[in-house]
Design a protein around this ligand. Structure first.
Ligand SMILES: *[C@@H]1O[C@H](CO)[C@@H](O)[C@H](O)[C@H]1NC(C)=O
Ligand SMILES: *[C@@H]1O[C@H](CO)[C@@H](O)[C@H](O)[C@H]1NC(C)=O
Ligand SMILES: *[C@@H]1O[C@H](CO)[C@@H](O)[C@H](O)[C@H]1NC(C)=O
Ligand SMILES: *[C@@H]1O[C@H](CO)[C@@H](O)[C@H](O)[C@H]1NC(C)=O
Ligand SMILES: *[C@@H]1O[C@H](CO)[C@@H](O)[C@H](O)[C@H]1NC(C)=O
Ligand SMILES: *[C@@H]1O[C@H](CO)[C@@H](O)[C@H](O)[C@H]1NC(C)=O
Ligand SMILES: *[C@@H]1O[C@H](CO)[C@@H](O)[C@H](O)[C@H]1NC(C)=O
Ligand SMILES: *[C@@H]1O[C@H](CO)[C@@H](O)[C@H](O)[C@H]1NC(C)=O
Ligand SMILES: *[C@@H]1O[C@H](CO)[C@@H](O)[C@H](O)[C@H]1NC(C)=O
Ligand SMILES: *[C@@H]1O[C@H](CO)[C@@H](O)[C@H](O)[C@H]1NC(C)=O
Ligand SMILES: *[C@@H]1O[C@H](CO)[C@@H](O)[C@H](O)[C@H]1NC(C)=O
Ligand SMILES: *[C@@H]1O[C@H](CO)[C@@H](O)[C@H](O)[C@H]1NC(C)=O
Length: 348
């Protein structure tokens, strides 16, 4: 008797989650999102999918819902492999309702998704991956792997805000793949990182923020980059002053009140004015952030227009920053239910 009640209690959340997901699937189906509805119907067949179902059985959620057209051009493994379906769908589900909280471009909203499979996401504190989106006169658009996917239509079901897009969003690639993606023009930076052999360390970090000077920044810089490269200590110090190790800092956290320590131990500070957002290191070298929030599997890249010519380093400050980042990561329990890096403004 006791035993069977225990079983019942254990099953209850799943059964309750199942009711919600059944309703959601019917709502998606009724809105013409029939491919997404059938993909979602497979969620309960894998442990990862069951976690997704249980997560969304309470709280407010935003779903970036791929249209049938998006599924039509999707890679085949999406329909054939149930655990990859769970991962892909979980990257489209964001905790919170952002209807009144998405600022206009160039400002970007960062929302925490349900994707946290460790083979695809290596953020600090095992945090789930984020999505980045913004808004203009034509509405909301997601920024995914350098392309823009516009919300085509919006509907809702119970506590789900459903934003229809014509794409299946891809989990962000490795940091080194972002560096190699020629849409960002980071060839010089890639070469310089290779000379001192720290590209591998960038990919291995759990939580990395890279301020990435583009190729024009290298061709116009006042500092003697090729001269610096003959001095490994100076080169490593310079590159370390473009990196935050152990902490992923998205653009909504670029705030005059937020200071972060570089891998070389210098302080980053942030300012903004009508011409954009700026990052400075060591209180003097400043660059404009020309493309923020390029997501990677283990952090984020922000493209900047100048090389931060700072070869100073402060090893004690650097190691204490890495240490506090790792102890912060160890105690991280928060799952944001609104924009990442923004103090909640409402209950939604
Ligand atoms: C938008 O969604 C509504 C509600 O599901 C649906 O009736 C309508 O046909 C959709 N419009 C487009 C252009 O897909
Ligand atoms: C969606 O609706 C169609 C037509 O009503 C039905 O045949 C199909 O089984 C439904 N799909 C799901 C996943 O519920
Ligand atoms: C969901 O949003 C409503 C308002 O839109 C709010 O009252 C409610 O507390 C939210 N629920 C959760 C679990 O955040
Ligand atoms: C972007 O955010 C900043 C800081 O909150 C604000 O001052 C600025 O007006 C915003 N820009 C747009 C286009 O919304
Ligand atoms: C990301 O974009 C690059 C080029 O822009 C492309 O080569 C790569 O395949 C894309 N990745 C995914 C997962 O779509
Ligand atoms: C999301 O918030 C908006 C504005 O507060 C509200 O109108 C809408 O009903 C909410 N959607 C859901 C699914 O709770
Ligand atoms: C940047 O790349 C260009 C083209 O590959 C090359 O000619 C130039 O020497 C590089 N500059 C630096 C500072 O590495
Ligand atoms: C380059 O760094 C990697 C770690 O990312 C290390 O395994 C490798 O031995 C290094 N190569 C050289 C030539 O130092
Ligand atoms: C980040 O810090 C860890 C721990 O100190 C270190 O092993 C790793 O090499 C650092 N990575 C970078 C890119 O500085
Ligand atoms: C670097 O960024 C600046 C500012 O946005 C831009 O004018 C320039 O074309 C970029 N350079 C490259 C090679 O993309
Ligand atoms: C190499 O750079 C470091 C740091 O800037 C500096 O202290 C050192 O004197 C330089 N060494 C040489 C041989 O120039
Ligand atoms: C951030 O750095 C600035 C400039 O160095 C300093 O004035 C400010 O007090 C620092 N803020 C915090 C929170 O440490």
């Amino acid at each position: 008797m006791l035993f069977s009640s225990l079983i019942l209690l254990t099953l209850l959340p799943v059964v309750f989650g199942q009711q919600i997901i059944d309703g959601l699937i019917q709502a998606l189906n009724a809105s013409g999102l029939t491919s997404l509805a059938s993909a979602s119907a497979a969620l309960n067949s894998t442990p990862q999918g069951q976690v997704v179902v249980q997560s969304i059985s309470s709280g407010n959620w935003t779903i970036f819902a791929p249209s049938n057209q998006a599924f039509g051009s999707a890679p085949a493994n999406l329909s054939s492999n149930a655990s990859s379906v769970a991962n892909i769908l979980s990257y489209h589900i964001v905790s919170g309702n952002f209807t009144n909280e998405s600022p206009e471009f160039p400002n970007i909203t960062i929302g925490r998704t349900l994707l946290n499979d460790s083979s695809l996401v290596q953020l600090e504190g095992n945090k789930s991956q984020v999505l980045a989106w913004s808004k203009d006169n034509n509405g909301i658009f997601v920024i995914n792997n350098g392309t823009i996917d516009r919300v085509q239509n919006t509907t809702s079901f119970q506590n789900f805000q459903i934003l229809v897009i014509d794409a299946i969003l891809q989990p962000p690639p490795k940091t080194s793949d972002v560096l190699a993606n020629n849409i960002y023009n980071l060839n010089n930076l890639t070469a310089v990182l290779g000379v001192v052999n720290i590209t591998g360390a960038l990919d291995e970090a759990h939580g990395i923020t890279l301020f990435a000077p583009n190729d024009t920044a290298f061709s116009t810089t006042q500092c003697n980059v090729s001269g610096l490269l003959s001095n490994v200590t100076a080169a490593i110090a310079l590159l370390g002053n473009h990196i935050i190790n152990g902490t992923t800092v998205y653009s909504p956290e670029f705030d005059a009140g937020n200071n972060f320590t570089s891998t070389s131990g210098e302080q980053f500070t942030f300012t903004s004015n009508s011409s954009g957002q700026f990052v400075s290191i060591g209180g003097s070298n400043t660059a404009r952030i020309v493309r923020s929030d390029v997501l990677t599997s283990n952090g984020v890249v922000h493209v900047i227009d100048s090389v931060l010519c700072d070869t100073q380093s402060n090893p004690p400050a650097a190691s204490s920053a890495v240490q506090s980042a790792s102890s912060a990561a160890a105690t991280m329990t928060t799952t944001e239910t609104g924009p990442v890096g923004v103090a909640p403004t409402s209950t939604a």
